[in-house]
Write a protein that binds this ligand. Structure first.
Ligand code: 5GP
Length: 198
């Protein structure tokens, strides 16, 4: 998605060769116009999949997920990182380890929001090692529902997440795909690189 790549080039900050900071438009301050386009793009890519719900993780997944929900006209559920729901709730849970923050969180979704016949689109801001997406997949499957696909705003393709998810037969659509963050620079996957990979 060209608009997103331009924004990353202009305002993304390469912290080190593994981490990209996008606090100025996605993770802290949010560029609502860009998120609108991101939501529209997800809706186009997953049109015809019969999606009934979107599931994401608080907090950075919420903005792109809500915009996609608006265009797809489906409810959006965000997994909470702690069991802040009341104890009487019947919860779907999974544990997720974040390598960037070096912390493990328990994710929770109230079971009543994901039903057996739901076709779920999972959305997140970044895809790195795939742990966050896999935890969401696990929760959706535990509800007896199916995963129609995974929509990612920024995929770091040099990390294993995308491949792990695709090997599980999951459809992954990433709007920006980063080949490298070496030398303080963002290099995107080009069509030429794509041919070599395939
Ligand atoms: P994964 O579970 O795929 O390893 O990592 C995904 C999660 O880690 C995302 O939800 C995101 O919050 C965080 N994350 C991973 N890599 C980056 C990064 O380069 N920059 C930022 N800001 N967050 C990241």
């Amino acid at each position: 998605m060209r608009l997103l790549e331009e924004k990353i080039r202009k305002d993304g900050k390469v912290l080190n060769e593994n981490v990209l900071k996008v606090d100025s438009f996605l993770n802290h301050q949010i560029d609502a116009n860009l998120m609108n386009e991101v939501g529209k793009e997800f809706a186009q890519r997953f049109a015809g999949e019969g999606i009934t719900k979107i599931v994401t993780i608080e907090s950075s997944g919420i903005a792109p997920a809500v915009m996609a929900g608006l265009y797809m006209n489906v409810p959006v559920i965000f997994a909470r990182k702690r069991k802040s729901l009341t104890l009487t709730d019947d919860l779907l849970t999974a544990r997720v380890h974040s390598f960037t923050k070096n912390e493990t969180n328990e994710l929770a979704i109230a079971r009543k929001y994901v039903k057996k016949n739901d076709k779920v689109l999972i959305i997140d801001d970044f895809l790195a090692n795939g742990q966050a997406a896999l935890a969401l997949v696990e929760m959706v499957h535990n509800a007896g529902a199916s995963v129609a696909g995974i929509g990612i705003v920024i995929e770091k393709s040099f990390q294993p997440g995308a491949q792990i998810l695709k090997e599980q037969g999951l459809r992954v659509e990433s709007l920006a795909r980063i080949a490298s963050l070496s030398n303080g620079e963002v290099t995107f996957i080009t069509d030429k690189m794509e041919e070599v990979i395939q």
